[in-house]
Design a protein around this ligand. Structure first.
Ligand SMILES: [Zn+2]
Length: 87
């Protein structure tokens, strides 16, 4: 009896797929170059920086100690946008 099983593919990656997308948490170099954190940043500046950072990059999470303030600032921004659009 003849064995007519199809032979397994010899080459698995002969296709021209693009490389897989970079990981979501990969560092956004361009953003970091455009937004250096000031060496003597005030707490408020750090909160603003981390808010922008979490939206643009997210290579590392904001420090837990700043998280409540970052959330507050984010909410204020959202309210300001909604209220300011009508003026
Ligand atoms: Zn980052």
């Amino acid at each position: 009896m003849m064995d007519i099983r199809p032979s397994p593919p010899l080459v698995y990656h002969a296709c021209d797929h693009e490389k897989p997308p970079v990981m979501e948490n990969a560092m956004n170099r361009d953003w970091h170059e455009a937004h250096p954190i000031p060496p003597k940043a005030t707490r408020r500046q750090r909160v603003e920086w981390h808010l922008a950072h979490s939206q643009a990059c997210g290579c590392r999470p904001p420090p837990p100690s700043l998280l409540p303030e970052i959330r507050d600032l984010e909410r204020q921004r959202l309210l300001a946008v909604e209220g300011g659009a009508i003026r």
